[in-house]
Ligand binder design. Structure first.
Ligand SMILES: Cc1ncc(COP(=O)(O)O)c(C=O)c1O
Length: 408
């Protein structure tokens, strides 16, 4: 008998993404002409990483206790206020009018998604999500002994609603329950954002299901979407009583604090009983898995919630970042159209994705012929606009076209 438990056997982080990203980083150190478009972090012009000044100011001014002490397992009442005000914004009152809402602080969006999946499904059950997705969904399912079912993300220029419907109906009727992850707005890896009509169609469909449904709505890139993106929560608040929404918020991207680890699981639904049961179990999981979340960042959110001047300063910095990404995206998409480069529909956010027939062949050709490093995703390669400068963006589409022509 082995020391390693049976459920852990064979699990190893074989993540070619990390390996490619490291290779790109090393190559860039030696040759500045290398384009490293692998990272899921925001870099300023000149490939410089820098935190937000307002975030730095708030964290530096926190009293020791507010930075170093333990925090409550769910983050506490002021954190709850801060998160709900931040995420739901203008729509908060309306959403809470017809829905029960609870919050648990988590280590990043990752912690919120992991806890949701763990609490929503039993071993052997199936988790569903689109094929173009954030790769750790697969690893989380594997780690929890779950199976996965995917559907194609796009149908033409829009979301593949029929694919979602067929997969969801099948899984719901087979296992008597459905757990579905949707990453929106500014989806990773595509940069696509569901239109209001598409989200309404999903809500209307889920409302036809009679089985219990857990919708895990991963909003890691919420703050890089259009200003009216928060309407999505109002739309989701129209889900029926048999449906719980687990909104997975990430502080990493919004505040550029990737390694500091804070997120929040917002549990919302019409059934007070179902929401409070899920919250109790989530808080229990938090206490007995990671204990408590990053106290300094919890207080960052609380300070921004309670100090409108600091919030204004932060939002102005964040808008600056959005503008930079928007500028890179505009250049890239216009040049891609001119070059006739195939790109999946993009709206905003960190990434664009290019469909290719042979993912690894395409990545190899790009690195060898053009010194451009991208990451593999399902049937496509992902380019991080967040990580490259405007100067690197110019002319990039034509270079990609040249190297990718045999693969598209
Ligand atoms: C789609 C998506 N969801 C969730 C996360 C989790 O982010 P974090 O755990 O750093 O908050 C990421 C991070 O890259 C992501 O891309």
């Amino acid at each position: 008998m082995k020391v390693l438990a049976r459920h852990a056997a064979g699990k190893a982080l074989q993540n070619d993404n990390l390996e490619i990203a490291n290779r790109a980083k090393e190559a860039k150190k030696i040759d500045s002409a290398v384009i490293n478009a692998t990272s899921g972090m925001f870099f300023h012009e000149g490939n410089v990483f820098r935190g937000f000044r307002t975030v730095e100011k708030i964290l530096n001014e926190l009293p020791d206790e507010d930075f170093y002490a333990y925090s409550p397992s769910d983050g506490g009442a002021r954190f709850r206020e801060a998160v709900l005000n931040w995420v739901f914004g203008f729509y908060r009152e309306e959403i809470e009018h017809g829905n029960a809402v609870r919050v648990v602080a988590t280590p990043g969006g990752t912690g919120a998604i992991h806890a949701s999946v763990f609490l929503g499904l039993d071993r052997g059950e199936k988790l569903i999500f689109p094929d173009l997705c954030w790769a750790p969904y697969y690893g989380m399912a594997a780690n929890l002994g779950l199976n996965t079912a995917t559907f194609g993300f796009f149908s033409g220029e829009g979301f593949n609603f029929k694919g979602l419907q067929a997969t969801a109906e099948k899984v719901a009727s087979e296992q008597g329950k459905l757990a579905l992850i949707i990453n929106d707005p500014c989806n990773n890896p595509t940069g696509y954002t569901l239109s209001e009509a598409e989200l309404r169609e999903i809500v209307t469909f889920l409302n036809t299901l009679i089985q219990p449904v857990l919708l895990i709505y991963d909003i890691a890139y919420l703050d890089f979407a259009d200003n009216n993106a928060r309407r999505c929560f109002k739309i989701l608040s129209g889900l029926n009583e048999n449906i719980l929404t687990a909104v997975a918020f990430s502080a990493s991207k919004t505040f550029s604090v990737y390694g500091q680890r804070l997120g929040a699981l917002i549990i919302m639904g019409r059934s007070e009983k179902a929401v409070s049961e899920f919250y109790d179990a989530a808080k229990f999981t938090a206490r007995h898995t990671w204990s408590n979340a990053n106290r300094g960042l919890i207080n960052l959110l609380i300070t921004l919630d309670e100090d409108s001047f600091l919030k204004r300063d932060f939002l102005s910095e964040l808008n600056g970042v959005k503008e930079i990404i928007g500028k890179r995206a505009k250049i890239f998409m216009e040049e891609a159209e001119k070059a006739k480069l195939l790109v999946h529909p993009y709206r905003s956010g960190f990434f664009v994705t290019l469909p290719v027939r042979d993912v690894h062949g395409a990545l190899k050709a790009l690195a060898e012929e053009e010194k451009i490093y991208l990451l593999p995703v399902s049937g496509s390669v992902r380019l991080a606009l967040s990580a490259i400068s405007e100067a690197e963006t110019r002319g990039l589409a034509a270079r990609l076209k040249k190297a990718l022509t045999p693969f598209q």
